[in-house]
Write a protein that binds this ligand. Structure first.
Ligand SMILES: Cc1cc2nc3c(=O)[nH]c(=O)nc-3n(C[C@H](O)[C@H](O)[C@H](O)COP(=O)(O)OP(=O)(O)OC[C@H]3O[C@@H](n4cnc5c(N)ncnc54)[C@H](O)[C@@H]3O)c2cc1C
Length: 327
């Protein structure tokens, strides 16, 4: 599992492959887990979810932003999707990544972009803006940004990655913020993060319980793990925690039947809906999480473009050794 995960995380970190993939559009099965390329595609997807009593958090996909114009273009795209959500009266909010707004090369630019987004969202009936967490290196930028924004706005929150030793401290720091709790999607060193599935799962459950008992704001439990979901259902019942205090979240395209059945039981549910042409890194992280997700890609192999797809994967493997200098 370690090597498997390392391989796909390394692919997700490869700038050349990410750039090349943009040109061919969602492929290798990614079209099953990315809601399309345009705002119209996303609006249709959110409507379908809302009809099933499921909300959405929308992610305008984008990796390796390293120029001012790209960061500003990403911010403008996010403002457009927010406007579409608001004008169509959709039950949805937005998830953003500071790196996409320029944080990897200009922190002030990223902050200014984030500020504009959060301010506009506040004017759209306090639409929530979630700051997704990325690699550990960027965590202090996120918390710093959040600390500044939360003194002026109440529509901001972030994600706690349970694999981090620091997760406990962050849960304690932000009882008043809306938080999403996840296991964690990146590869982190053993100095800062739990490494085994058992350790991560145990810490995840412990943090969820602690948060649900102490939170002063809404909590999103984002997982496809039915054991965790069942545990949470039993825990909230035993501790008389009202369903209005929390929700479950899953990623678009994964375990949709389970998501719908949980929503039908009366739990709040939100689906994370990624869209846009920068699908490769996101999709590779999903493959890294679970070997079975490769089934998404294998289903595409039997379609009429097998040579192209085998070629793409083969080329990926080959180029990985040569071009992957980014962590
Ligand atoms: C809405 C959402 C937002 C996220 N945001 C972030 C973020 O900001 N930062 C970040 O680092 N990570 C984020 N993640 C990713 C997260 O950290 C995990 O990497 C990812 O969710 C995989 O862990 P898991 O809890 O879903 O279950 P896993 O540990 O992958 O799976 C546990 C078990 O659940 C079952 N299972 C899982 N998936 C399936 C499936 N598709 N079909 C059938 N059974 C399945 C299997 O039995 C599996 O063994 C997010 C995840 C979600 C759902």
């Amino acid at each position: 599992m370690g090597l498997f995960k390392d391989f796909f995380i390394a692919l997700s970190n490869n700038a050349f492959l990410n750039e090349s993939a943009k040109k061919i559009g969602p492929s290798l099965g990614a079209n099953k887990v990315v809601a399309g390329n345009t705002i119209e595609d996303v609006v249709k997807t959110i409507r379908r979810l809302n009809d099933k009593n499921i909300a959405a958090t929308v992610d305008n996909l984008g990796e390796f932003v390293n120029a001012k114009q790209e960061a500003i273009a990403a911010k403008d795209d996010i403002l457009k999707i927010m406007s579409a959500i608001h004008s169509n009266g959709l039950d949805a909010h937005v998830s953003i990544k500071l790196s996409q707004l320029g944080a990897e090369f200009d922190q002030q630019l990223a902050y200014d972009n984030a500020y504009e987004i959060v301010k506009q969202a506040a004017e759209y009936d306090q639409m929530h803006i979630n700051f997704d967490t990325e690699k550990y290196d960027s965590l202090s930028d996120i918390t710093h940004t959040l600390d500044q924004l939360k003194s002026e706005f109440s529509n901001v929150g972030t994600v706690i990655q349970a694999y981090l030793f620091k997760a406990d401290e962050l849960i304690d720091k932000y009882p008043d913020l809306r938080l999403r709790l996840v296991k964690g999607a990146y590869k982190e060193s053993s100095h800062i993060a739990y490494q085994t599935r058992e350790e991560i799962d145990d810490n995840y459950i412990r943090l969820i319980e602690k948060r649900l008992l102490n939170a002063k704001n809404f909590t999103s439990i984002a997982t496809h793990d039915h054991n965790v979901i069942n545990h949470v259902k039993a825990f909230v019942e035993a501790n008389q925690i009202d369903k209005s205090k929390f929700e479950f979240q899953m990623l678009y395209g994964f375990r949709s039947e389970l998501a719908e059945s949980i929503a039908k039981e009366g739990y709040n549910f939100t689906i994370y809906v990624p869209y846009g042409d920068d699908w490769f890194g996101y999709f590779m992280r999903r493959l890294a999480e679970r070997p079975q997700n490769l089934a998404l890609a294998f289903k595409e192999f039997v379609k009429p473009k097998p040579l192209f797809i085998v070629g793409t994967l083969g080329l990926s493997a080959l180029l990985l050794g040569r071009c992957n200098k980014k962590k």
